[in-house]
Design a binder for this molecule. Structure first.
Ligand code: BMA
Length: 888
């Protein structure tokens, strides 16, 4: 069958079909009466009204209305004023009892009209966590895994049409449940970092047990929607296999529908931007499929690639189940993207080991982005808009990858939808983190179900470019010296070792991915490198924590700490003063409003945080504790210096074909789950820390950078200058390097290092290095600030100012003239800043939270005006500044 598109489109689609009656009952063990009555369409009734909750196991507790639905118990208790807000002060301590007890949720709903032979299914998208379900007094099912959906056939328990049903869910204490399981399995070596070991026995978000950036808040409740479905037949699943030809000129999309019950045929429709581009009807039930071949497909790319547009092209595939009389019985749609993704691990020229980078539609992509933790302790209150706002922040920060970390949740649909639309690649971990997980039979079965459910739920998202088995569990195995013989390929034997979870990562999850999503790369863990030590910098990915944790290296040495792909590294900083004032019980008047106070320390969960922050501050800058705003500024400046150094030095090693010495850098972490001092670059309220802007500048597609390096300490350093072009086009640039005296602001020299020089696409170009004496500078290097300016067709496109390190040795001048002006231009609002002397780390601040900065914390040199794009300022908006020059 061939279908031609309307003449306006260049896409030509051919379609063919396939049917098999697969034994669907395997997947859907519900008994299904096959009747000959006329079938009605599937109806779905949201069971989201009348919900009430109470504490379990107590006769004196009363039911109260929930605050929202879906929900978690802390939200309901807060709503009734029964617990204080755990985000404020030290209230976390007051609410611990909530996680140490049982909870009951109940509702009523009336029975809808059904036809003879219809089934009634109660579908729970997510129950947190140890749940027993009762309908009209009868126990109808249970669940002990927060990450799976539960479908219960209640055909025989539901009341006749119009009558009222009572649904009760009893949630047992997950914390105690974990402890019991830990005791029940003394054969296992329970070891973990963060939380308590018993967390690993419960398939519940691991950060609920507390993490080094999060409180311990053991939630419970129906955290995802509940629906009542009435049907005779339905589409149980719709998925696609997408294969983009190497030439990129055509793509094959095989759409599969699994049918439960008896339909007659399935119509598959394919849409691009709401316009129908193909349609195909296939007879049969069980498993049906249709193949579409799309010529000149509109391909999905990570942002900055492909057409470079902000909105990626997405196709909709819709399946409609049609009965014998032509009646539509059910529909299901999936929004997909057409792309080909590879993870390239191959030999490198002149370097050890193998590369690790993503290639999308034949284009190697340097991945620069962030790690993601759950955006709240109570996920139901995170709206779709908030997810989109987070992804927009990422996009506006010039990032292109987000790693959904394994100690949280398989995220809400909205996060992946936003990433699909905005061209953000997603690295998706399975939900295991920082531990030696047990692997007894019951938990294996639960994990298998969880893996298959979530891979099937998420596999249509083009943004998901890799699945990884866990977060740092192989590193825990190494540190605990557990058994791991890479050469042993017999899964059964792994179960007998003291590291049985290898069976989860290299067997259960690997098989689930192979069966359900074979075209997406599966990586057993993050970090992991083909059986080598997880700290090996030459293979796979690494988590580079020797800055902050580990050896506590200097961040100036990030170049030598580079891995082939760095999926974690980080540095802490305080959040905005607005966020701190928000969690201090008395806000601005709180007696604990100083950096070392007990409330502020309480909102930092990292071991040794006082010492580590102090170490990096004391090594690098003259800093101030008082007022707290200055201390916040210092930690944020230090974090910005640290993280931008990593992006700058690692991105430099993206050097073209077979020279992809570093394929990506993913900072730990973009977000927080409550107001806290952590490694995040934006805080709980989405307020960027200054590092966010510094990273944004480092991820700009076309930049010039420099590094000063001396062969030995007696020599003046040489200035090494390079440009990095992450665009797909070769381009010609000019590059000038300028030198100023830091204390006087006098311009000492200027040197053109590139004139109409070709920068190859998608790689770094080194320019000739400069000796300071070559440009006539005889003075010691420590008073020279160096700027590198890149221009294209006479227009400056990148600037970078480099300072001698450490900054604490420098004597900064006080500017006589520091201008900060608000300007309205046709391209938007700007704050324009300039100064007569070099200024380090000029932060523009503003009381009004509705003013959004698109850049900040800039370095100034004399003779230059720097434009900071902003939004939302009014004429009367007052701006203040802070800089290293101004601190002392
Ligand atoms: C990591 C993460 C988290 C942790 C972070 C900071 O490696 O995987 O477990 O929060 O370090 O310590």
């Amino acid at each position: 069958m061939v279908q031609r598109l309307p003449p306006t489109s260049t896409t030509v689609i051919t379609a063919s079909s396939y049917t098999s009656s697969s034994p669907l009952s395997q997947h859907h063990p519900l008994t299904c009466e096959r009747d000959t009555v006329t079938m009605g369409p599937r109806t779905v009734v949201s069971v989201d009204q009348n919900w009430q909750f109470k504490q379990g196991g107590r006769d004196d507790s009363e039911y109260r209305a929930v605050a929202r639905f879906p929900t978690m118990v802390h939200l309901d208790l807060m709503h009734h004023g029964l617990i204080p807000d755990p985000n404020i002060g030290k209230n976390e301590l007051q609410v611990q009892w909530v996680g140490e007890t049982d909870w009951v949720y109940r509702t009523t709903f009336s029975s809808p009209r059904t036809s003879k032979g219809d089934k009634a299914i109660l579908a729970f998208d997510g129950l947190d966590t140890i749940a027993d379900i009762f309908l009209n007094g009868e126990h109808v099912g249970s669940s002990d895994n927060m990450f799976v959906a539960t479908r219960l056939d209640v055909t025989r328990s539901i009341k006749p049409v119009g009558e009222t049903n009572e649904l009760v869910i009893k949630f047992a204490c997950a914390f105690k449940h974990g402890e019991e399981l830990e005791k029940k399995h003394p054969e296992h070596k329970w070891r973990c970092w963060n939380g308590v070991p018993s967390r690993m026995a419960v398939r519940k978000a691991q950060y609920h047990w507390g993490w080094d950036w999060g409180p311990m808040l053991m939630t419970a409740g129906p955290w995802r929607p509940v629906n009542l479905e009435i049907y005779h037949t339905r589409i149980a699943d719709l998925y696609t296999d997408v294969k983009v030809e190497d030439s990129l000129r055509s793509a094959e999309v095989v759409a599969h529908a699994s049918i439960e019950g008896n339909g007659s045929n399935v119509r598959f429709d394919v849409f691009l931007d709401k316009e129908k581009v193909a349609s195909e009807t296939v007879e049969g039930s069980g498993h049906v499929a249709a193949t579409f071949v799309i010529q000149n497909p509109k391909l999905w790319y990570p942002r900055q690639h492909g057409d470079g547009g902000r909105k990626q092209p997405l196709y909709n595939v819709k399946a409609t189940l049609v009965g014998g009389g032509g009646e539509e019985l059910d529909t299901m749609s999936k929004r997909i993207g057409l792309r080909k993704v590879e993870v390239v691990q191959r030999e490198l020229i002149g370097a050890e080991g193998t590369s690790f980078f993503f290639k999308v539609n034949n284009v190697p992509v340097f991945a620069g982005g962030s790690n993601w933790i759950p955006a709240d302790n109570f996920i139901p209150r995170i709206s779709k808009d908030r997810y989109y706002d987070w992804v927009r922040l990422l996009v506006e920060g010039e990032q292109n990858i987000l790693r959904v970390w394994g100690g949280g949740i398989y995220e809400e649909q909205a996060l992946y939808d936003a990433c699909d639309e905005m061209g953000i690649m997603v690295w998706q971990d399975f939900m295991f983190g920082c531990g030696n997980y047990p692997c007894y039979k019951e938990i294996r079965e639960s994990i298998d179900k969880e893996a298959r459910y979530n891979v099937a739920r998420l596999r249509h998202h083009p943004s998901i470019v890799i699945w990884a088995g866990n977060n740092e569990d192989y590193s825990v195995a190494e540190s605990e010296q557990l058994t791991y013989n890479y050469e042993d390929k017999d899964p059964q034997s792994w179960l007998k070792t003291d590291f049985p979870a290898r069976y989860i990562y290299e067997h259960i999850l690997a098989e689930a991915c192979k069966d359900l999503c074979p075209s997406t790369f599966y990586h057993p863990g993050s970090p992991w490198g083909a059986g080598k030590n997880t700290a090996d910098l030459t293979v796979g990915d690494v988590h580079q924590w020797n800055v902050w944790h580990g050896q506590q290296e200097k961040y100036q040495d990030f170049a030598k700490l580079m891995g082939r792909f760095v999926s974690e590294f980080g540095m802490e900083a305080f959040p905005s003063i607005k966020t701190i004032d928000g969690f201090l019980p008395k806000g601005k008047d709180d007696p604990d409003r100083y950096p070392q106070s007990s409330t502020i320390d309480f909102h930092n969960k990292a071991t040794g945080h006082e010492r580590r922050l102090a170490l990096y501050l004391v090594e690098n800058m003259r800093y101030k504790f008082d007022p707290i705003e200055d201390y916040i500024y210092c930690t944020q400046l230090m974090q910005a210096e640290c993280l931008s150094a990593a992006y700058r030095l690692w991105r430099r090693e993206w050097r073209g074909d077979n020279r992809e010495y570093c394929g990506g850098a993913i900072v730990w972490q973009i977000n927080d789950c409550w107001p806290v001092t952590s490694w995040s670059i934006c805080d709980y309220h989405l307020r960027p820390k200054h590092a966010y802007f510094a990273i944004r500048r480092e991820m700009w597609p076309l930049v010039a950078r420099l590094e000063r390096r001396a062969a030995d300490s007696s020599e003046l350093p040489k200035v090494h200058v390079w440009a990095s072009n992450l665009t797909q086009a070769e381009t010609k640039v000019d590059c000038v390097v300028k030198f100023w005296n830091i204390e006087t602001g006098e311009e000492l020299a200027s040197k053109t290092v590139a004139q109409s020089q070709v920068l190859k696409a998608n790689q770094t170009t080194d320019f000739d290095s400069l000796g300071l004496t070559d440009v006539g500078i005889q003075a010691e290097n420590d008073i020279v600030v160096i700027g590198v300016f890149l221009s294209q067709n006479g227009e400056q496109i990148s600037r970078y100012i480099d300072w001698p390190q450490p900054l604490k040795y420098l004597h900064f001048a006080k500017p006589k003239e520091l201008k900060v002006e608000l300007a309205e231009e046709s391209s938007g609002q700007f704050v324009i800043v300039s100064a007569d002397v070099p200024v380090k780390g000029l932060a523009i601040e503003c009381e009004d939270d509705s003013v959004k900065f698109r850049d900040n914390l800039v370095d100034l040199v004399p003779g230059e005006k720097v434009k900071i794009p902003i939004e939302g300022a009014k004429k009367e908006t007052a701006f203040t500044t802070r800089s290293l020059n101004g601190l002392f």
